[in-house]
Design a protein around this ligand. Structure first.
Ligand code: PMT
Length: 408
């Protein structure tokens, strides 16, 4: 699939990551899109309009009240022309202005005036990203049906490290292709249901940890349990973001799906969104370890014994549970024995609000259509099933929703 004939307005706001925006324009055009660029005043301090004009092959739009521009394609024409508006990079200031509904420059006015779906790709300093004001603004935008891509973890321009890097242009294009432009109402949570107004973030499926160019370490998770939870949360009125490891399960209707492959990618994608969510459910079977030095070529068969050095992956669930003002956290515990004892230990050790103990092995838990869960929280416990994963997902969300409401 491509972005063939899609008309994209690319808004660029004023951060250092603006230097990557011309590459994004180039890649969007390679994918078949027609691109019109709108620069904020701040963006022009980093990259000039001529650069964007050269890569987009179109005039660049900078001013709200430019008579020449209004005579050609003014802000309302641009707003109507767009099949999709993408803002990359979206600075903290840009997110705040969008959340406040300001209309004092071309980009914000255009966003108010368009009915096209809007995707923001935040990029900023990691402390600014984690700031409560930024996360509140993001939650407001997500609530209004605006899609978010990134930011990613990594080293930042100012020499520090953390979440805040602009998602690489190739990945932004891949995500836009994977999520075809749909009216902004699609993806909105239904207005009613026990989780109406809530943002639920779910991890699902396995992760793959590369050994070499063609081999990887993975596990038997199909994604079924996590995808069933995403469908059930959407049906309960929530806005749902599903961060999925490799899985052939179909994306539930009106669920935002973000595909990842490795535990590190799942960690970055989850932590970038966790603070803006109300309920986090960790149904993924995340690799506890990755190969220390995966090689980029295919390893030769030497017929000799080989040893793989492994390093620990970050614990996504533990890191979300440790966030200040983080979401209600519901973890899973896949166990082959001493189910409740191990699950209760994980509940406490990872600082969770609730845990679902899942007996696995001998044809249970992984891959199969049915499941049984022993759900534990600090002052309660209940067994769900055996039943289909769809039914279990519905029942689990009912319990989690009650506890979430109780937690305020
Ligand atoms: O996908 P299916 O085929 O439908 O199978 C469903 C399932 C069996 C995978 C699912 O119901 C399940 O039990 N998922 C959790 C699997 C697991 O990794 O459990 P764990 O006990 O190893 O991990 C405990 C918790 O920490 C889990 O919520 C896990 O998502 C999370 N974790 C673990 C490691 C890590 N690095 N980061 C994490 O977030």
């Amino acid at each position: 699939m491509t972005l063939s004939a899609e008309r994209i307005v690319l808004g660029v706001s004023g951060g250092i990551a603006a230097y990557k925006a011309p590459d994004l324009v180039r890649r969007l055009r390679e994918a078949g899109a027609e691109v019109r660029v709108v620069l904020t005043q701040g963006a022009r301090a980093f990259v000039g309009p001529l650069t964007f004009q050269a890569v987009s092959h179109q005039p660049v739009h900078t001013d709200l009240l430019d008579p020449a521009a209004e005579a050609g394609m003014g802000h309302l024409e641009l707003a109507r022309w767009a099949d999709r508006v993408v803002i990359a990079p979206a600075t903290a200031d840009c997110l705040a202005r969008l959340a406040a509904g300001l209309a004092d420059d071309l980009l914000t006015t255009l966003c108010l005036a368009t009915e096209a779906p809007i995707t923001v790709c935040p990029a900023m300093n990691h402390v600014m990203w984690r700031a409560a004001a930024t996360q509140d603004n993001l939650a407001t935008l997500v609530q209004r049906g605006i899609d978010v891509i990134g930011p990613e973890e990594g080293s930042l321009a100012e020499g520090e490290s953390g979440p805040g890097r602009l998602t690489e242009p190739a990945e932004v294009v891949r995500r836009l292709i994977a999520a075809p432009a749909a009216p902004r109402t699609a993806g909105h949570a239904p207005k009613s249901g026990p989780l109406a107004g809530r943002h639920v973030l779910i991890t699902a499926g396995p992760t793959r940890e590369a050994i070499d160019a063609v081999r990887f370490i993975a596990n038997r998770s199909s994604g079924r349990m996590g995808f069933a939870l995403a469908a059930a949360a959407q049906a309960s009125g929530a806005r749902v973001t599903l961060i999925a490891g490799p899985s052939t399960e179909p994306t539930p209707t009106n669920v935002e799906r973000i595909d990842v492959e490795t535990a590190l990618e799942m960690h970055a994608a989850t932590l970038a969104r966790a603070s803006a969510s109300d309920l986090f459910i960790a149904a993924a079977a995340v690799a506890d370890y990755r190969v220390a030095d995966p090689v980029t070529h295919k390893l030769k068969n030497s017929r000799e014994q080989q040893t793989l050095a492994l390093v620990a992956n970050p614990d996504i669930l533990r890191d979300v549970a440790a966030l200040p003002n983080g979401p209600f956290t519901l973890g899973f515990a896949a166990e082959t024995e001493a189910l409740e004892e191990h699950a209760r230990h994980k509940l406490t050790a990872k600082g969770l609000d609730m845990i679902a103990a899942n007996r696995v092995g001998d044809g249970m838990g992984f891959e199969v259509a049915d499941n049984t869960l022993h759900v534990l929280w600090p002052d309660g416990a209940v067994t769900l099933g055996p039943a289909t994963k769809g039914q279990i997902a519905h029942d689990l969300l009912t319990i989690a929703g009650e506890q979430l409401d109780g937690a305020g």
